[in-house]
Design a protein around this ligand. Structure first.
Ligand SMILES: Nc1ncnc2c1ncn2[C@@H]1O[C@H](COP(=O)(O)OP(=O)(O)OP(=O)(O)O)[C@@H](O)[C@H]1O
Length: 613
């Protein structure tokens, strides 16, 4: 039967959907098979060895039969030596060769599939990280993660085990039937009439029982949910005096669990009787008939032994096919899902670090010309409607407006995460598409609202702004970003591990790390997405000071939530529902009594005053 490793038991793999195997699906997954090409010599050698080891495996029942016959003074095959010792020695010789071949076939299969799989994994990951933002908007991280883990594991399992097992069982089946026919045509006929019917019956029976036990498990899980819900909401249960109701609900569910389990037990019992009576019965029948042939001198004892062993080989091979086939189907499904990613068109970003150099310098003039934009995932909602504004090199331009007015979307368009439906985004007077994508992203930095730190040291996190920066450069950037002081206060300083498993940094501290990152990157254009949650005043002062240093000498686009921080801006763009409703300096805008800016300013001023009271 198929080995236990075929379904490594992990839930996600066991639940992978199956796909139909036909010419069309095989053609589609041909691209994945092409990953074997660089290793084809080894792969072919492994298949040849697999054939050899399976064929030598087939020799053993004949050796055993010959040994038994030799013990009775008979010679079973003329091509085998007549004495017991000679046959035994030969059998050991073949065994040794088989062991030798098996070693290499296992090692080679694993080597080839591991390497091919690593290439597929690498390409899938590379493709994933270069895919446009829109791709990620429509998919959950968990789902993508499972493609790289569960789907690829299934493909790997199939490559290393299922595929080899399929070939091995095929050889055993064909070879087994051939040898059986040689030993006794009559017995083989009797066996082949019975065996397939019994095996098909056993497989379907087995599946039905598995389905029943899954139903029982699901029902049990349901009753566990009832317990969980009741205990979590115990205050509600008590307040409504619904203890009896919950107890009834649980009891009803439990009865159903028992009902399904008992029904399953009946079928399980029937299955056991069936196996005992029919399958073992078939063997007993064959031996019975064989013994009659032996007593009539039509068959030797050795031949009967050989026959029984080959029948076991053939039966096991037949029985293993349904599971092997199901595994193949899962692998085809998994391959199709992985290919879906590989076939997507990525952004024009190279994954070679050496190619990531700035080819065209940008001085920092930025312009939006009649930009109209809707997110590809929500075409019906036009987020930006005819936006035009300019930011000259070195200027500080603030974008303000109510929540949802499209401020962050403008930042995403500057970073080329998305492209406008009409209108253009220009850098130094040239349209964005005239630059290499990496040229723009390498010269634009963003300090986001919520700073994500990667698992690693503070030093590594800052150097994310400029990979390969020296420690001195990093410390200098941290000093300018007002971060050196708090970093040095940690016992491990810059080597302190942060991120999910490390030290938790406060919002203000994380922002200063992000500022140091941006300083290190030294961009021509800076986007500041101001944090909405307010920091305490000391933290705020440190962050604000660091930001002033960062903004000096470059174009800064400040997405502002607190209007007090942008009074000095060269230009303030006021956005409302995707339209620019006002543009000007703080003085100009505050003077407009009917203006949105003045209204928002007053609102914030009043809120602040109330807090102070
Ligand atoms: N990835 C996305 N896919 C689809 N719609 C989006 C996406 N991101 C934002 N939106 C929508 O675009 C509109 C503008 O959002 P945006 O985040 O630009 O506003 P904002 O002005 O930055 O808001 P806030 O001040 O709350 O951050 C909103 O209606 C939002 O629902």
């Amino acid at each position: 039967m198929a080995r236990g490793t075929l379904n490594s038991g992990s839930k996600s793999e066991a639940e992978l959907p199956k796909a139909k195997i036909n010419l069309d699906s095989l053609r589609r997954i041909g691209k994945l098979i092409s990953y074997l090409k660089p290793h084809r010599a080894k792969f072919i050698a492994a298949i040849v060895f697999l054939f050899l080891s399976s064929i030598t495996g087939l020799a053993f029942p004949s050796f055993l039969g010959a040994l038994i016959d030799a013990a009775q003074g008979k010679q079973k095959y003329s091509f085998l030596p007549p004495t017991i010792n000679a046959i035994g020695t030969l059998a050991f010789g073949v065994l040794f060769i088989q062991a030798f071949i098996s070693f290499f076939r296992v090692v080679w299969f694993v080597q080839v599939s591991e390497r091919a799989l690593a290439d597929i994994r690498r390409d899938t990951y590379f493709k994933l990280v270069t895919l446009p933002m829109n791709f990620f908007a429509n998919r959950r991280v968990g789902e993508l993660n499972s493609r790289i883990s569960a789907d690829l594991s299934q493909i790997q399992d199939t490559m290393t085990t299922t595929f080899a097992e399929m070939i091995r069982q095929l050889v055993l089946l064909v070879g087994g039937i051939t040898f059986l026919t040689i030993v006794s045509f009559k017995l083989t006929l009797a066996l082949l009439l019975m065996l397939p019917v019994l095996i098909v019956f056993a497989v379907f029976f087995g599946r039905f029982i598995r389905k029943l036990s899954r139903q029982a498990q699901d029902k049990l899980a349901e009753s566990n949910t009832i317990i969980e819900e009741t205990l979590q909401g115990i205050a509600n249960v008590k307040a409504f005096v619904n203890e009896a109701f919950e107890a009834g609900r649980y009891d009803k569910n439990l009865r159903e669990v028992v009902k399904i389990a008992v029904k399953g037990a009946v079928f399980r019992g029937m299955f056991a009787s069936f196996i005992v009576f029919c399958l073992f019965g078939a063997i007993v029948g064959v031996i019975w008939y064989g013994s009659i042939l032996v007593s009539n001198h039509e068959l030797s004892v050795g031949s009967l032994t050989t026959f029984i062993l080959y029948s076991i080989f053939v039966g096991a091979a037949m029985g293993s096919f349904p599971e092997l086939y199901a595994n193949m189907q899962k692998a085809v499904g998994a391959s199709e899902r992985v290919l879906e990613i590989l076939d997507e068109t990525g952004e024009d970003v190279s994954i070679n670090a050496e190619e990531n150099v700035i080819k065209t310098k940008i001085t920092g003039n930025l312009a939006f010309n009649n930009v109209v934009f809707a997110y590809p995932s929500r075409q019906e909602l036009t987020v930006l409607k005819d936006i035009s504004f300019t930011a000259d090199a070195g200027q500080k331009v603030a974008i303000v407006g109510p929540s949802g007015s499209g401020k962050s979307t403008m930042a995403a368009l500057i970073l080329q995460f998305y492209h406008p439906q009409s209108g253009t985004v220009q850098f130094d007077g040239k349209e964005a598409n005239q630059y290499a994508l990496t040229d723009i992203r390498n010269q634009v930095a963003i300090v986001p609202q919520d700073v994500l730190l990667f698992g690693g040291t503070i030093l590594e996190n800052i150097s994310y702004g400029k990979l390969g920066a020296s420690k001195d450069e990093i410390i200098a950037a941290a000093k300018k970003a007002n971060a050196d002081q708090f970093i040095s206060s940690f016992p491990e300083g810059y080597d302190t591990v942060v991120g999910e498993r490390g030290v938790k940094l406060s919002g203000g501290q994380r922002q200063r790390i992000a500022i140091a990152r941006a300083l290190l990157k030294n961009p021509a254009i800076l986007i500041l997405d101001e944090a909405t949650s307010s920091l305490d005043s000391e933290s705020e002062r440190l962050v604000q000071e660091a930001l002033e240093v960062l903004m000096k000498g470059r174009t800064s686009i400040v997405i502002a939530h607190r209007l007090s921080t942008i009074r000095e801006a060269d230009k303030i763009v006021v956005l409302e529902k995707g339209n620019i409703v006002e543009t000007g300096t703080h003085q100009q805008l505050i003077a407009n009594e009917q203006g949105l800016y003045r209204y928002l300013s007053q609102l914030q001023f009043e809120t602040a005053a109330k807090v102070l009271e």
